[in-house]
Design a binder for this molecule. Structure first.
Ligand SMILES: [Zn+2]
Length: 304
């Protein structure tokens, strides 16, 4: 078990999505991934947004990411496992690419929180002009080397030229970002008026989330500071001048999140149970559209 030496916690008095000060406690969730510490989740009484509150200050948050398994890299070496792992990984990225670039020609893409550069690397192969931002030093250096281009730190986003990107993507990243307004303002500045914004997020209204309850792995406190559903991400985006065009399922996430959740529960036969719950979650979502994770596609509102 890993201990954070000295925690510094910040309490929010206002909802980060609508600004209302009327909040209630929603739940208390344990950090099963690393520290086993408990964190509260607050709910806004106005817009129902859920957020981890209080949450670790940026000066200590990196302590909560100190694990070999948080940043996934392509597996090297030769084994059946790495072969299958890389195959699924490749299929996943191909699918993401196909979905988010549907109907647009190649152009400039910015991946915010690009990790080890999987998505950017694929875009590069398809002749996109790629840019990336990543806070984790190890992942950033790995990605830079791999794609042969400098990946920037989040505070360097301000040096990108205004209205220079056709596509901006955040793959399971927005839930980690402390200042949502600042990030959205930056995206609004960077995206072309004809551009597309893609945000992938876990969905606590999915069947797997409801089934696993407090042990649902995608609560992932305190690394996940924000917990969105379709209505709250739409509301936040709308406040910053973006219109939701469509949402799309990420079917693999139901299996992956179920697998982690079963592990947190120390279940016997956990791969089997996870597989069955993943199937059930995807199946139920065909009707409800509440998939384990969703890809939201936004376009800028034309106000001028
Ligand atoms: Zn609110």
């Amino acid at each position: 078990m890993f201990h954070v030496k000295q925690d510094i916690l910040i309490t929010r008095k206002y909802c980060p999505v609508c600004g209302n000060d009327s909040l209630k406690q929603h739940s208390v969730i344990k950090d099963y991934f690393l520290t086993r510490k408990e964190f509260s989740i607050s709910q806004c009484k106005e817009c129902n947004f859920l957020f981890t509150n209080p949450y670790p200050d940026e000066s200590v948050i990196s302590d909560y990411y100190r694990s070999d398994s948080y940043f996934s890299h392509p597996k090297s070496g030769f084994s059946i496992f790495s072969f299958v792992y890389n195959l699924i990984r490749r299929y996943n990225i191909k699918n993401k690419y196909r979905v988010v670039t549907d109907g647009i020609k190649v152009g400039n893409v910015l991946d915010i929180g690009c990790g080890s550069g999987d998505f950017l690397n694929f875009c590069k192969e398809k002749n996109w002009n790629i840019s990336g931002v990543e806070p984790n030093t190890e992942a950033r250096e790995f990605a830079s080397k791999r794609i042969g281009k400098e990946i920037f730190q989040p505070n360097q986003q301000k040096y990108f030229k205004s209205h220079s990107f056709d596509l901006i993507t955040l793959w399971h990243v927005l839930e980690h970002i402390d200042d949502l307004d600042m990030q959205f303002d930056e995206i609004r500045r960077l995206l072309k008026k004809s551009g597309r914004l893609v945000i992938a997020l876990p969905n606590y209204k999915s069947y797997d989330a409801v089934f696993y309850g407090n042990t649902w792995a995608a609560w992932d406190v305190p690394r996940h500071l924000h917990h969105f559903d379709k209505s709250t991400i739409s509301l936040l985006a709308k406040r910053h001048g973006f219109i939701l065009q469509r949402s799309l399922p990420m079917v693999w996430d139901a299996f992956y999140v179920s697998l982690l959740s079963e592990k947190y529960r120390n279940s016997r036969l956990y791969p089997l149970k996870a597989f069955l719950n993943g199937c059930k979650s995807n199946n139920k979502a065909k009707k409800s559209q509440e998939y384990s994770s969703l890809i939201y596609i936004f376009t800028p509102e034309n106000i001028d």
